[in-house]
Every structure is written in C-alpha cells, then in structure tokens.
Design a protein around this ligand. Structure first.
Ligand SMILES: Cc1cc2nc3c(=O)[nH]c(=O)nc-3n(C[C@H](O)[C@H](O)[C@H](O)COP(=O)(O)O)c2cc1C
Length: 219
C-alpha cells in the first residue's frame, strides 16, 4: 500500500449497500484508496488475552494485523458497518475490539489524529446504534471523526423469497403484508441523496491538509 492513500473498510455484505457507500465516498473524494471488505475473511473476536501488550499485534492469525498495519499507513479511513439489532454488526464490533485493544497498550495509539469517516447502514434508515458504537471505538483509537453518515440500506428479506409474505421480516416496515412480489420496490442507495448529505469538500480539505503536514514532516 502506497503511503498517503485512504483506506475504505466495509463490515457489510459483499458488494451490497455498505460497500457501495464506502466506495462512493472514496471515489467522490477524488483520493487514491485501497478497499477492504471484512466479508472476504473471518474476523475473530477479542479474547482479552493480553498477547498484544508488547507487540501491539494480535496473536490471532486472520488478517487483522495486516489491516491494522494498512490503517496505520493510510492517510485516512472510511469505515462503514450495517446495523444489526440496533447496534453495529458483530463483524464490525469484532474488528474494532481487536484494533482498539491491540493498539492502545502503554498509550501507543498509532491511529491518533488520523481523519475518519463513519458510515452506518440500516434497513429503516435510522442507523443511530451503529454511529454510537462507531464513535465509541473511533474515539478510543484517538481517530479524528470528520463525518458521520446514516444511510438507508436494503433488508436481506428482499432476497429471501418469502419477504413479501413474512409478518416478522423487514418488508413489514414498508408494506401492509401480504404484498405481490412484483409490487415491491427495493430502496436503492441514492447517489444523488448521498451527494447532498456528504461534505465531500470537507473530506477533500482534510486530505489536502494531511498532505501538507506530510510534506512538512518529510522535508
Ligand atoms: C441479522 C440482521 C439484523 C438486522 N437488524 C436491523 C436493525 O436492528 N435495524 C435496521 O434498521 N436494520 C436491520 N437490519 C438490516 C440491515 O441493516 C440492512 O440489510 C443493511 O443494508 C445491511 O448492510 P449491507 O447491505 O451492506 O450488508 C438487519 C439485518 C440483518 C441481516
């Protein structure tokens, strides 16, 4: 990974709403970036074993350390996670538990002051639970949160085959069920809406500021 690149991380399903949102923001910011989907590999949770105290590296061998290193090299971080039962999904939490624990011993904090964008995706559009959890983790890692965004996602119930009938599924939030399958409209990630809601200029300004600081340090 080249120094100065931004890094995008999605804790959502592969090529679904969270991933699209993270990539949309990175593309629009005009910055070079690398993208990681946590759906491409298993992320184990933190056992609090203290194995990372001296090395700041987790003892578990599942790509977490590789991602931690990439985050430390990055100019900034765009992280998105879906809401599962009113909070950040388990994959996102497992990721942050281990990033935060392995990097904080003896006040190491290698991510301190790095700019970060936090995205919460939820079926009903109220992603407050993800945002709250994300703030907790990012602040613990001493990241500088420059933007928090809530986006309406797409329930897996749209694809299960029974969503148009199921009285306890996500489509119940939008329709009086049962509804004919062909009458269902999928809520799509509206890029126009994203354009309005996201302060891309602010993100670009932070990137420019970071490059200036980097240039001064290298001089
Ligand atoms: C197990 C599970 C639990 C969910 N819980 C909630 C919830 O509490 N509130 C909500 O608004 N959406 C909930 N959703 C919907 C997801 O947030 C939505 O499908 C989102 O688009 C998933 O992100 P992705 O498309 O990037 O995978 C849940 C989805 C799943 C699979």
């Amino acid at each position: 990974m080249e120094a100065g690149k931004w890094i995008g991380i999605s804790a959502g399903r592969e090529n679904k709403v969270t991933e699209k949102a993270v990539k949309t923001i990175l593309k629009a910011s005009g910055e070079d970036y690398d993208f990681y989907s946590l759906s491409s590999f298993e992320i184990l949770s933190c056992d609090g074993c203290n194995g990372c105290v001296e090395s700041h590296q987790c003892v578990k061998d599942d790509q977490l350390n590789q991602m931690s290193e990439a985050m430390q090299q990055a100019a900034g971080i765009v992280f998105g996670a879906p809401e599962y039962w009113d909070g950040m999904n388990a994959k996102g939490r497992a990721f942050w538990e281990r990033i935060c624990f392995s990097t904080r011993h003896n006040e190491y904090f290698p991510l301190a002051d790095k700019p970060a964008v936090l995205i919460g995706i939820s079926g009903d559009g109220n992603s407050a639970g993800v945002i709250e959890d994300g703030i907790e983790f990012m602040q613990d890692a001493r990241l500088e949160i420059i933007e928090k965004i809530e986006i309406k996602g797409e329930y897996a119930c749209f694809d299960c085959g029974y969503g148009h009938l199921c009285q306890v599924g996500g489509l119940k939030n939008f329709y009086d069920l049962p509804v004919k399958a062909e009458e269902i409209e999928r809520p799509r990630l509206a890029e126009g809406q994203l354009e309005e809601e996201i302060d891309y200029a602010g993100i670009r300004a932070v990137c420019a500021r970071f490059r200036e600081v980097e240039a001064e340090v290298c001089r």
